[in-house]
Design a protein around this ligand. Structure first.
Ligand code: GUN
Length: 299
C-alpha cells in the first residue's frame, strides 16, 4: 500500500499579498524620508478584453500601494508615430519611473520599435534588450515580471532549486527564454540544470519525466498531462486559456496543465487562477519601486 501526501498548492494570491505588504511599507518610507512617489505609466492600445483586464489590474495594484498611476488608453487606430511620441514623452517625464506598453499591440504597429524606444531605466517589464542582456550576464536591473514572480513563488514556498532539473515548456521572449535564463544563474532560487522544450522538441515527455520542476508556458490547455511527469514533481502553470463564459458572464480560465491528475502525482503545484497570475503584477510593482530608487540614486 502506498501512502501519498497531497500536493502543496502554491498560493500566488497569498505570496503576492506578502510581497505587496512589504512594498507598501517601502513606498511609504520613500515618501516620508525622501518625498519620492514612484510613478507607473500604463499604455493600452485598443480594447482587447484580456489586455484591458491586465492593465486594469496593474493600475489598481499601483494605486493600492501608493504608486502614482498614469493610465493611457489609446484607440485601436493609433499610429506608430503617435505611440512613439507618447513613449518619448513618458521617457522625459520625471514623475514617471516605469513605462509599460501592454502587448500584443494591434497588428499595424511595430512592437519591437516601441519596446526599443522605452528608456531602459524605465523598462519595468524588463523587455528591452539592454535589460535582457543584463539579466543574461547575471547583473539585472529589471527581471521580466512573470519569470521573476515564478522564482519568488519557488523561493517563498521553500522549493529547492539548487541542482534541480528545471524543464521550461515554451520559448517566448516574455516567459520561456528569460525564465530558463533566470533559473540557470548561479544564485539563490536558481542554480538549476535547465532544459527548454518547445514546438520543435521531438519528445517533450522524455524531458519532463526527468524534471524536478516543470514550468509550463505552452499556451494551450493540457499541454502537460499526468503521464508526462514523475511522482514528486513541482509544477508551475503559466497558462491562461479562456475556455468559455460562466453564467454570470465571467471568463472561465484554465491553465496549460491537466490540473487534477497532475496534482495527484505532484509535490507542489500552482492553480489557475491564483498561481502565477497575481505574481506578474506584483513583480511589476517591485520593478517600479526599484526604478524610482534607481532614479533617485538609492539603488
Ligand atoms: N502581455 C502579456 N503579459 C505582459 C506583460 O507582462 N507586460 C506587457 N507589457 N504586456 C504583456
Amino acid at each position: 500500500m502506498s501512502i501519498t501526501t497531497p500536493a502543496m498548492i502554491i498560493n500566488g494570491t497569498e505570496i503576492s499579498a506578502q510581497i505587496r505588504e512589504e512594498l507598501k511599507k517601502e513606498v511609504a518610507e520613500l515618501k516620508a524620508k525622501y518625498g519620492i512617489v514612484p510613478g507607473l505609466a500604463t499604455v493600452l492600445v485598443g480594447a482587447n478584453p484580456a489586455s484591458v483586464s491586465y492593465v486594469t489590474g496593474k493600475e489598481k495594484a499601483a494605486i493600492a500601494l501608493g504608486i502614482y498611476s498614469d493610465r493611457r488608453d489609446l484607440p485601436e487606430t493609433t499610429t506608430q508615430k503617435e505611440l512613439m511620441d507618447l513613449v518619448l514623452t513618458l521617457n522625459n517625464d520625471p514623475q514617471i519611473n516605469g513605462i509599460l506598453v501592454q502587448i500584443p499591440l494591434p497588428k499595424h504597429l511595430d512592437e519591437t520599435e516601441v519596446l526599443l524606444a522605452i528608456n531602459p531605466k524605465k523598462d519595468v517589464d524588463g523587455f528591452h534588450p539592454m535589460n535582457l542582456g543584463k539579466m543574461m550576464v547575471g547583473e539585472p536591473d529589471f527581471l521580466p515580471c512573470t519569470p521573476a514572480g515564478i522564482q519568488q513563488l519557488l523561493i517563498r514556498s521553500g522549493i529547492e532549486t539548487d541542482g534541480a532539473h528545471v524543464v521550461v515548456i515554451g520559448r517566448s521572449n516574455i516567459v520561456g527564454k528569460p525564465n530558463a535564463n533566470i533559473m540557470l544563474q548561479k544564485k539563490h532560487g536558481a542554480n538549476s540544470t535547465v532544459t527548454i522544450c518547445h514546438t520543435g522538441t521531438r519528445d517533450i515527455s522524455h524531458f519532463t519525466r526527468d524534471a524536478d520542476i516543470i514550468i509550463v508556458a505552452a499556451g494551450r490547455p493540457k499541454a502537460l498531462t499526468a503521464d508526462m511527469v514523475k511522482p514528486g514533481v513541482v509544477v508551475i502553470d503559466v497558462g491562461v486559456n479562456r475556455v468559455g463564459m460562466s453564467s454570470s458572464g465571467k471568463a472561465i480560465l484554465v491553465g496549460d496543465v491537466d490540473y487534477e491528475p497532475v496534482k495527484e502525482k505532484a509535490r507542489a503545484i500552482t492553480p489557475v487562477p491564483g498561481g502565477v497570475g497575481p505574481m506578474t503584477i506584483t513583480m511589476l510593482m517591485v520593478n517600479t519601486v526599484k526604478a524610482a530608487k534607481m532614479a533617485a540614486g538609492l539603488a
